[in-house]
Ligand binder design. Structure first.
Ligand code: GFB
Length: 429
């Protein structure tokens, strides 16, 4: 059992001028009797779905290590609900906010790596006062602008004056309101800004489990992977199996339109990711898949994004080389661009996944994106868009399934130019 006498002394809240908190000793009453410690996080609002998935891997590895190192506490990650993402623009499908992770991912599978709970479960489980759930502390991570100016980077982890236009505001003494994933009934006793540069593991010193029972980190994408591409990275990534219904929809599409099944294509995997083994002999369905990223990439990455005509030429060349006649296109392109691509490829079967109303209503834009990714990941050969995290996640899935690397790390190039690669992050088992 933990020595909670020390806890009282250390508790920062008991040093606050909040007399009420002192008298009732609310500040640490919860931490006295429970070993549960909850970690929450959020990401810079404009960041997309697939960078957020990468941030999860960073956090998962961090917590996995924490569990080994800080055994006296029961660490749990509260999964930040999905929502309000810039790219999720489908209309008339209901709210795309506060979506649980279970809609996209297989929760029991995630739990084979670290203990996770959904936000709604946390709100139910965590003691609240008059319907309000109060976190103990929020750290708002901030880049050190000086380092970016001078180019001299060194590890940093210090409480600082808040430089960001903070989305948090004081409601009363020891109570801050904020966005909190859109939950109005969540507040925090404290909000602190943290000038941070370094690996995510150095946030361990901020956890203070003898003081805080629930702690959130905002702008968590600022913290770097402890060991990007390591075996542990891949274990966390492998635990991110999708919701089984999404696999079923993708598999039905593969079988119906692409004549592709796992038995035939040598892509069968055990249901349990921990039983998965190293392999490089996956064959994949007899189709070429491409991730054709457009929309904001046409503006933000204009020097790299090829014209549709050039895309068609590159794909035609590869289809001929591989003696394939079928192309599966995952894209955020507008219909006119897709039709233009089809026109250039009249002698080939060009397909894309169009969700039924039921699928779109149920799984939203995020689920449809995952279905596209699954279909791409089972193709004989994949070509992606450079610098797109959407493409990177497909490449990772193909590495896990066990394809030869040369069928995976390929990119569309800017018109007529040779293009380099974004690196080849091969799986480590
Ligand atoms: O996932 P994401 O961050 O990838 O954002 P990038 C792209 C989003 O656009 C996806 C949709 O999450 C989807 O909602 N999308 C893109 C697609 N391609 C497809 C596709 O093939 N199929 C489907 N169904 N949906 C980042 C942006 O994008 O690029 C950042 O999030 C920034 O804001 C950066 O612009 C440059 O890494 O491609």
């Amino acid at each position: 059992l933990i020595n909670f006498t020390q806890t009282v002394v250390e508790n920062e809240f008991c040093d606050t001028p909040d007399e009420d908190a002192k008298i009732n000793n609310k500040c640490n009453i919860q931490s006295r009797y429970s070993r549960n410690r909850y970690i929450l996080y959020d990401v810079n609002p404009p960041e997309g779905f697939n960078l957020r998935r990468d941030v999860y891997v960073r956090v998962a590895v961090f917590i996995n290590n924490l569990i080994k190192e800080e055994e006296e506490f029961k660490w749990q990650l509260v999964l930040p609900p999905w929502g309000n993402l810039y790219h999720w623009q489908s209309k008339h499908i209901g709210s795309q906010r506060q979506l649980p992770w279970g809609l996209f991912f297989n929760i029991p599978s995630l739990r084979k790596y670290i203990p996770v709970i959904e936000m709604h479960q946390f709100l139910h489980e965590f003691p609240s006062e008059s319907g309000q759930t109060q976190l103990d502390n929020v750290y708002v991570l901030q880049n050190d602008e000086e380092m970016f100016r001078t180019g001299k980077f060194e590890d940093k982890n210090e409480i600082t004056k808040c430089t960001k236009e903070l989305q948090y505001h004081k409601v009363e003494a020891n109570r801050y309101g904020g966005y909190f994933w859109g939950y109005r009934n969540v507040t925090s006793r404290m909000v602190k800004c943290l000038k941070f540069h370094g690996f995510i593991s150095s946030l361990k010193q901020n956890l203070k489990p003898n003081v805080y029972r629930s702690i959130a980190f905002d702008y968590m994408e600022i913290a770097l992977h402890d060991s990007y591409g390591s075996r542990e990275y891949w274990r966390a990534r492998r635990s991110m199996r999708y919701n089984s219904e999404l696999y079923s929809i993708a598999n039905k599409y593969r079988e119906t339109f692409l004549n592709s099944t796992n038995d035939r294509d040598k892509t069968k995997r055990p249901d349990d990711w921990t039983k998965e083994k190293k392999r490089r002999n996956a064959v994949g369905g007899a189709y070429l898949s491409v991730h054709l990223r457009r929309r904001d990439f046409l503006v933000g990455r204009s020097s790299m994004v090829p014209t549709i005509k050039s895309v068609a030429l590159q794909l035609k060349e590869k289809l001929n080389e591989l003696k394939l006649n079928t192309l599966f296109v995952a894209t955020d392109a507008i219909d006119e661009e897709f039709e233009e691509l089809e026109k250039y490829l009249l002698n080939y079967t060009v397909l894309r996944f169009i969700p039924s109303d039921h699928v779109l209503n149920k799984f939203k834009d995020g689920g449809v994106a995952i279905i596209d990714q699954i279909i791409c990941s089972y193709a004989r050969y994949f070509i992606g868009t450079a610098e797109s995290t959407f493409t990177f996640r497909i490449q990772e899935d193909r590495e896990i399934i066990g394809f030869p690397t040369k069928t995976t790390f390929n990119y569309l190039c800017k018109d007529g130019k040779k293009c380099g690669s974004d690196g080849q992050w091969e799986i480590v088992w």
